[in-house]
Design a protein around this ligand. Structure first.
Ligand SMILES: C[S@@+](CC[C@H](N)C(=O)[O-])C[C@H]1O[C@@H](n2cnc3c(N)ncnc32)[C@H](O)[C@@H]1O
Length: 205
């Protein structure tokens, strides 16, 4: 049984609730669609509106962004999205069981350009291993970035993740704009003339 919020009730949930009650009750029948660091939430809201039969989970570390996104979910009367205010690392390690994610989006994660800050980058080998474990067989992972240095960092880290195949091989990424709406950051960077690159990986069955 899925614990959808009653009409008009905030679509938010604590990581601990997710861990204790499980994905099926809190979000919906796996495999779910996950967006990490959804920012202004236009992508997850758009995807959820297009696919009412799929269940969406957004994880965002900014409380303000979660609150704003929750108001938009309510205004648009979307019943298939739940939002967690937490770090993705915590939710993936503690609250999401193996194989429950059918598709995961990570767009324009903070690049932390200074070398001494690289350890703060979201995409790290351990994080990718945990994420790969949360993906279902045939599950998709999409990552975009506008930052060349971070693109190279991601291109180096992703092939080391077990069980993930690069859908653009032998190229490390695609420069082609994908067939989906842009996120706020992607649109902003593109208008500034920056190149955005797209990683698309699939987990082996
Ligand atoms: C540069 S913004 C990109 C937002 C959105 N994906 C886009 O493309 O417009 C990065 C977002 O990731 C969130 N974030 C950063 N670290 C995070 C983490 N460890 N877990 C979840 N969200 C995180 C930030 O709060 C911010 O909203």
């Amino acid at each position: 049984m899925t614990a959808w919020p009653a009409p008009g009730q905030a679509p938010c949930l604590e990581a601990e609730q997710l861990r204790e009650l499980g994905v099926e009750r809190c979000v919906g029948l796996p495999p779910i669609v996950l967006e990490i660091g959804f920012g202004r939430a236009e992508l997850i809201l758009g995807l959820a509106a297009e696919s009412p039969a799929r269940s969406f989970l957004g994880i965002e570390v900014s409380r303000k962004r979660v609150a704003k996104a929750a108001r938009r979910v309510l205004r648009q009367e979307l019943r298939n999205i739940r939002l967690v205010h937490s770090s993705a690392e915590y939710v993936l390690e503690r609250a999401l069981p193996a194989g429950c994610v059918g598709e995961c989006w990570i767009n324009c994660p903070d690049p932390w350009p200074k070398k001494r800050h690289h350890r703060r980058r979201l995409i790290q080998p351990d994080f990718l291993d945990t994420l790969a474990c949360a993906l279902a067989g045939d599950g998709l992972l999409h990552i975009s970035t506008d930052h060349r240095g971070y693109a190279e960092w991601i291109a180096n880290a992703l092939p080391r993740a077990l069980e993930l195949d690069n859908l653009h091989a032998p190229k490390p990424w695609s420069d082609k704009r994908p067939d989906r709406s842009e996120t706020a950051y992607e649109a902003e960077w593109r208008e500034e003339g920056r190149a955005i690159v797209y990683f698309d990986y699939r987990k082996r069955r």
